[in-house]
Design a binder for this molecule. Structure first.
Ligand code: CU
Length: 147
């Protein structure tokens, strides 16, 4: 292998590490107060996905359209439940970035374990880093092809 190959390969490796691990300057808006009305019904939450920025104040107004349901937020370890026709509120600061699952915490029927939703706090960095790595891999492939 010629020395220039080593330089190219280590260049790609370095670029890959940078894409995967560099902390990104995330544009920040002022923290906002988001109020989400989440309806629960066997066996789904509507909406099933909530997106906020890190630092935002989040209020979830949980209602149920049929039986008693709960909402347990993984990662934040918070829980509320609601009776049919009632509204229960949960307010918290989304101070942890990432993707968190919320799930029904009251056994409500056969498909209860599949009653889940997602809280996305901040941009989906994994997705962007994955896309960056895919582009690098494609470039490396093109480079290899032209050898
Ligand atoms: Cu349930």
């Amino acid at each position: 292998m010629r020395p220039s190959k080593y330089i190219f390969i280590s260049g790609f490796l370095l670029a890959g590490l940078l894409v995967a691990f560099t902390p990104l300057p995330v544009p920040r808006n002022e923290p906002m107060h988001h109020i989400f009305h989440v309806d629960s019904r066997s066996f789904a939450f509507t909406p099933a996905e909530i997106k906020v920025d890190r630092g935002d104040l989040v209020t979830i107004e949980l209602t149920s359209s049929d039986v008693v349901h709960g909402l347990y937020l993984d990662g934040y370890e918070l829980e509320i439940s609601t009776d049919p026709g009632q509204t229960n509120q949960l307010t918290f600061t989304a101070d942890r970035a990432g993707s968190f699952r919320f799930r029904c915490s009251v056994t409500c029927g056969d498909l209860h374990p599949f009653m889940i939703g997602k809280l996305q706090v901040g941009p989906n960095l994994l997705l962007w880093r994955g896309a960056g790595l895919a582009i690098l891999a494609a470039l490396a492939g093109v480079w290899k092809f032209h050898q």
